[in-house]
Design a protein around this ligand. Structure first.
Ligand SMILES: Nc1ncnc2c1ncn2[C@@H]1O[C@H](COP(=O)(O)OP(=O)(O)OP(=O)(O)O)[C@@H](O)[C@H]1O
Length: 261
């Protein structure tokens, strides 16, 4: 496994030219050596920003990120060779008109011979049940098919580390199972963010991120419990009579206790 080290990393961005920058991540010091690492947390908590640091898509404002000693800013090319990144939105990643061409593009450096490249691309597509769609326009694929294709195109080049930003958002039950099985069988180190708490349970280590900080770091079951408690605490009151003291609440709703005008 690779060793990825974040040393006192903060990420800040200036918004609309204002003087006070917005802090997206604050003072993170983390070492990733496990095979399967998950990141969970609320919308906007900083999960994608954290993942994007790992292959140099985002540069730290303070601190450093290193992948097996290669700095993600100074040695970004070396880092990107080692770390494959699968985007949440496949269309921000797929650049060629068809799946076949996209996978072949990924392979252009590693396999020079075009016949061999084509054969390998077909093997990769077949692994994800995408061979029959190989020559269809990527715009005519379903969202889930595109998400699998984006994963296939990154895996084709066999990176050491696979970073996936919410890889199951568009997938149906069957393809979610395919994704889970594929990820658990990979030799690669996998680091992913997800709102899919079942997928999070497959991980060896899970971090809970909240407002740009890691607020829990440990086993998946405990991490999910921590995240559920955090989310419940942050829920706004629905303002229903009886959700506080003495009113009808949900029971009242179910008994027709609240009437529409
Ligand atoms: N380039 C940017 N400029 C300004 N704000 C940004 C920028 N990138 C991200 N943000 C903000 O940083 C916060 C964290 O964003 P991030 O995409 O990391 O969240 P996330 O946890 O992945 O959310 P989600 O679960 O909704 O995908 C959000 O409030 C987002 O609006």
């Amino acid at each position: 496994m690779s060793t990825i080290v974040l040393d006192r990393v903060s990420v800040r961005v200036s918004v609309d030219g204002r003087n006070d920058p917005k802090t997206l991540l604050q003072e993170l010091s983390l070492t990733f050596t496990e095979r399967r690492i998950g990141i969970i947390g609320a919308n906007g908590s900083g999960k994608s920003t954290l993942l994007r640091l790992l292959n140099g898509l985002v540069a730290p404002s303070d601190g450093t990120v290193g992948v097996d000693g290669a700095d993600t800013v100074r040695a970004v090319r070396e880092v990107r060779r080692r770390v494959g990144f699968v985007f949440t939105d496949p269309l921000s990643q797929l650049v060629m008109p068809t799946g076949r061409e996209d996978v072949e593009l990924s392979l252009r450096r590693s396999i020079r011979n075009t016949t061999e490249r084509r054969a390998h691309a077909e093997t990769v597509l077949d692994r994800f049940g995408l061979l029959r769609l190989a020559d269809q326009s990527i715009y005519e694929l379903s969202g889930g098919e595109r998400q699998l294709l984006a994963l296939a195109a990154v895996l084709a080049v066999d990176p050491e580390v696979l970073v996936l930003d919410e890889p199951s958002t568009l997938l149906d039950l069957r393809n979610r199972e395919l994704l889970r099985r594929t990820l658990s069988g990979l030799r690669q180190q996998v680091i992913l963010s997800t709102h899919d708490l079942e997928l999070a349970q497959d991980m060896d280590r899970v971090l809970v991120v909240d407002a740009g900080r890691v607020v829990f770091d440990g086993g998946p079951a405990e991490a999910v419990r921590h995240y559920r408690a955090l989310s419940a605490a942050g829920l706004p009151s629905l303002g229903l009579p009886g959700t506080g003291a003495g009113g009808a609440g949900l029971a009242g709703l179910q008994q027709g206790g609240l009437e529409r005008p």
